[in-house]
Design a protein around this ligand. Structure first.
Ligand SMILES: Cc1cc2nc3c(=O)[nH]c(=O)nc-3n(C[C@H](O)[C@H](O)[C@H](O)COP(=O)(O)O)c2cc1C
Length: 248
């Protein structure tokens, strides 16, 4: 399948058959990770592959009981890693926001390439940001030294097709893609009706799923999620500082 078709068919998959991913498939996915664009070509993404079942179970727990991590075949943790550059340049911490933003960009790009490559091979999976609930413990488990921080995870496996759902509906195109400059979609005539129609489409999607059905509009579920993110991220900030990163 060509790349655009693979990407357009994307959906996060969280149920796997338990069949192992083939060695050559993992190699192809890792080739895609390695070939990803890199900020100023600093090559500061280090990707850790985890297949050990006990470790996967622990990461699942630390990520807020995400069973699909325990049941996946392979978990990749994409880390910002300054240690190679430290070795060459004598650079020393603390490393500021430019490092964190650059690292996050690069880790996300590598993670998306890995998922797209996996999907093109008939595999499935989903991004994992939930490990941040236990970032310090996950970091200890992976033996990350100072100068290395995990920025995004990815679980992969052979999909259990019985669990494949329709794709999650996205907001209307004009709310997501704008020409030349920002134009607030709420200012458009008919915006409220257009949005309400999307919210209903989303609600129909969730109520007609085969699994994990619930009564949710996009606005309600986004609000519920966002109210959780307003809590301070003290533990994550403390962890990043311990690892040599800061917010200047
Ligand atoms: C940065 C990032 C972090 C995510 N973290 C998680 C996660 O911890 N657990 C999970 O089940 N899905 C996670 N997801 C997947 C999203 O829930 C999913 O992409 C979204 O609901 C849209 O569904 P779709 O990918 O099937 O279209 C994450 C996605 C992104 C981009």
């Amino acid at each position: 399948m060509d790349a655009v078709s693979t990407i357009k068919q994307h959906q996060s998959l969280r149920n796997f058959t338990g069949e192992p991913i083939k060695h050559e498939q993992l190699t192809a996915i890792e080739d895609a990770i390695i070939q990803t664009s890199s900020t100023c070509f600093l090559q500061w993404v280090t990707t850790i592959k985890i297949r050990d079942k006990a470790k996967l179970a622990l990461i699942a727990e630390l990520s807020g009981h995400q069973e699909h991590i325990a049941n996946c075949d392979t978990f990749y943790m994409f880390c910002l890693d300054v240690t190679k550059l430290e070795h060459l340049t004598g650079l020393r911490p603390p490393y500021g926001l430019r490092f964190l933003i650059g690292g996050l960009n690069d880790c996300s790009a590598a993670c998306q390439n890995a998922l797209t490559a996996a999907e093109s091979l008939g595999l499935g999976g989903c991004f994992i940001g939930g490990y941040k609930a236990g970032i310090s413990e996950v970091s200890q488990l992976l033996k990350l030294p100072k100068g290395v921080v995990p920025l995004i995870g990815l679980c992969l496996g052979v999909p259990n097709e019985q669990y494949r759902e329709a794709q999650k509906p996205r907001l209307p195109r004009s709310w997501l893609i704008m020409d030349e400059e920002f134009s607030n979609p709420w200012d458009k005539e008919g915006a409220s009706a257009e949005f309400a129609s999307y919210d209903q489409e989303f609600q129909r999607y969730y109520s007609s799923r085969k699994y994990n059905q619930h009564d949710a509009t996009w606005s309600r579920s986004s609000l519920a999620y966002l109210s959780g993110t307003l809590k301070p991220a003290a533990a994550i900030i403390a962890y990043l500082k311990d690892q040599g990163f800061d917010f200047f």
